[in-house]
Design a protein around this ligand. Structure first.
Ligand SMILES: Nc1ncnc2c1ncn2[C@@H]1O[C@H](COP(=O)(O)OS(=O)(=O)O)[C@@H](OP(=O)(O)O)[C@H]1O
Length: 297
């Protein structure tokens, strides 16, 4: 009965980064299927951007009792093999939910994948999309830090940031994927050609780091949800240097792969990168109908 209450009230579930002593609600939900629940295709997707704060956003949203989220990134719409397994396979990857709950999945690669918007529209043309972006140079450095950390784990050689982002002639190396991902205007165009602007909420990831509460409040409105996530659900953890979440049972921060220390980059190179992104940024503001105010140099 106690578990029934926990399972019925997902405000009590902050399961993706639970420690060993806590109850793992995701796995419990998998084992105890409540009557009236079933796996449903997502009605809301976090489409990106990589290193924008997608995991924090998903976990913050998961505090809401009317939201159920897929803990894993499914990569259904950006992976041919998975896409060919069909929508029924995708549905099976989703958590159990009640009919009035909203299922959310996040895979940051969707944002940059050609064809993903068409595939998503074919699943649900009235889907709600969340895109969280960060200042493009910060995002690039974050992306590099992740790739460097992965190489370090495998004892592989890590090329310096400068060598990857600059070509031999000193121009910005747009062949480097991490550089390209921050050229947001290129990708938002393909989404806006498929979806109505009102179906996409674009979130400022740098602001969410400073104060997650208003961001989640806005998303509650966007998704037509009752306001249920309060300021009291967030607390700033000095050691982590980021906001973490709490409710009746949980007091948790994202794991160490989120909020990595970034390498120090030569300010001249930062300035050069900002200049490079400037025209893409202004085009993005105009398409997004939102001025993010990112520095032009
Ligand atoms: N509350 C909270 N806790 C920890 N980290 C936070 C939080 N809010 C935003 N962020 C930022 O999220 C960055 C990782 O972004 P993603 O989760 O989108 O990364 S990924 O694309 O899924 O790998 C991560 O980037 P790095 O700082 O480079 O690690 C964080 O800056």
């Amino acid at each position: 009965m106690l578990y029934m209450r926990y399972l019925n009230d997902p405000t009590l579930c902050m399961d993706s980064y639970q420690d060993d002593e806590s109850i793992n609600f995701d796995s419990l939900r998998e084992r105890i299927k409540l009557p009236q629940t079933k796996r449903r295709l997502p009605q809301c997707l976090i489409i990106g951007v990589r290193k924008g704060g997608t995991r924090a956003l998903l976990e913050f949203l998961n505090i809401h009792p009317m939201i159920q989220r897929s803990t894993d990134e499914i990569h259904f719409f950006d992976n041919e093999r998975k896409y060919n397994m069909g929508l029924e396979w995708y549905r099976q990857q989703m958590p159990y939910s009640f009919a009035d709950q909203i299922t959310v999945e996040k895979s940051p690669a969707y944002f940059i994948t050609e064809g993903a918007p068409e595939r998503i529209r074919a699943m649900n043309e009235s889907i709600r999309l969340l895109l969280i972006v960060r200042e493009p140079v910060t995002r690039l450095i974050s992306d590099y830090s992740q790739l460097a950390a992965n190489k370090a784990k495998k004892d592989k050689f890590i090329r310096p940031f400068r060598d990857l982002v600059l070509r031999e002639d000193g121009k910005i190396n747009t062949d480097y994927r991490a550089v390209r991902v921050s050229m947001y205007s290129l990708y938002i165009k393909m989404w806006l050609s498929i979806f109505h602007r009102d179906q996409i909420l674009i979130i400022n990831g740098d602001r969410m780091i400073q104060d997650p509460y208003p961001v989640i409040y806005k998303i509650e409105q966007f998704l037509g949800l009752e306001h249920r996530v309060g300021r009291e659900n967030f607390f700033y953890n000095k050691t982590k240097g980021f906001y973490c979440v709490r409710n009746y049972t949980v007091y948790k921060c994202l794991n160490e792969s989120k909020g990595r220390k970034h390498p120090t980059i030569d300010p001249e190179l930062i300035s050069k990168l900002r200049q490079f992104y400037s025209s893409f940024n202004h085009e993005f503001y105009s398409l997004a109908r939102q001025d993010f105010g990112w520095p032009d140099e």
